[in-house]
Ligand binder design. Structure first.
Ligand SMILES: Nc1nc2c(ncn2[C@@H]2O[C@H](COP(=O)(O)OP(=O)(O)OP(=O)(O)O)[C@@H](O)[C@H]2O)c(=O)[nH]1
Ligand SMILES: [Mg+2]
Ligand SMILES: [Zn+2]
Length: 278
């Protein structure tokens, strides 16, 4: 018998599919490999309940490659201030990729308890800037507020290894008890604690825990896409319509950067992303 469900977990070649409140451990059909379709966590699928196979992957609203998830409303970019060190290039890159894929980025700052007042002030400034361009910011201490914001959404976490993604999800629901770990090796690079991508239902929203990473590739995107993903550039009119805001004369973006109206680090990251494109 055929039924509609959602993939909530993938562990090597086993796809866990939730059909209403029932769980099925299924395999994927060989035909997907030929069609170059890889079923993802978050995918809505048609399964054969008797054979326990996925018959069809239904059309996606969107998907991300890192983390590998589909049909997402909100991506929480979990950003630690320290341990691992704050990485604004990774943050801005994730904002761009998430925005290009028509998902809402939300910043979650973590490990505020580990830094001094001056560093906290810097984070407040950053947070204010990102809010001013329309991106919601929360600290992980405000998990009740975050929970409220996620109401009725399908959410993924993303960000550096050891930033506190699983810890945050545990705060949402203590019964989950997801594995978390401290930064282990001398280089300060965390070991991956989360290995499997898995979707959890918490109250009235869904959230995916995913393994962290330290870098991400944007080579597949176009210059235009990257430019448009910098939300604060969108309403600025330069002398030339197709201005890339790099070194053109009469560029209003560059003026705003020089006047500190656009965050210097954002603009520097923009230039480096454009250079990174193929
Ligand atoms: N002091 C402090 N420690 C935190 C905070 N958030 C998380 N941690 C700790 O940071 C370590 C890493 O947290 P995890 O939740 O495992 O990080 P993760 O992002 O899930 O890491 P991966 O799954 O490996 O990508 C754990 O020891 C947590 O207890 C925080 O706000 N403050
Ligand atoms: Mg984790
Ligand atoms: Zn310009």
């Amino acid at each position: 018998m055929l039924a509609n469900g959602k993939i909530i977990k993938i562990n090597s070649d086993t796809f866990t599919v939730k059909v209403n409140e029932e769980i099925f451990e299924t395999k994927s059909r060989g035909k997907f490999r030929n069609l170059k379709i890889k079923p993802l966590v978050g995918d809505n699928v048609l399964i054969n309940k008797d054979d326990k196979v996925i018959e069809e992957v239904l059309p996606r609203d969107n998907y991300l490659l890192r983390p590998l998830v589909a049909n997402i409303d909100i991506a929480l970019i979990v950003t630690s201030i320290t341990e691992p060190n704050i990485n604004l290039a990774l943050l801005d890159k994730l904002i761009s990729i998430i925005t290009i894929n028509k998902i809402e980025p939300v910043i979650i700052w973590t490990k505020l308890d580990l830094v001094n007042k001056d560093e906290l002030k810097e984070i407040k400034k950053l947070s204010k800037y990102y809010e001013s361009i329309g991106i919601r910011n929360f600290t992980n201490e405000k998990f009740k507020k975050i929970k409220k914001y996620l109401s009725k959404k399908v959410v993924t976490v993303c960000g550096q290894t050891g930033a506190g993604k699983s810890s945050l999800i545990n705060k949402f629901n203590k019964n989950l008890n997801l594995a978390t770990d401290t930064i282990s090796d001398a280089l300060g690079r965390g070991k991956h604690t989360t290995r499997i991508v898995e979707l959890f239902n918490i109250d009235n929203f869904y959230i995916v825990d995913t393994p962290g990473f330290s870098s991400i590739d944007i080579g597949e995107y176009s210059k235009e896409e990257i430019k448009n993903s910098f939300i604060e550039f969108r309403d600025i009119t330069c002398k030339y319509n197709d201005c890339m805001h790099i070194k053109e004369s009469g560029c209003e973006v560059i003026k705003l950067v020089n006047n500190n109206k656009i965050l210097q680090s954002r603009y520097a990251n923009y230039l480096s992303f454009i250079k990174e494109l193929k």
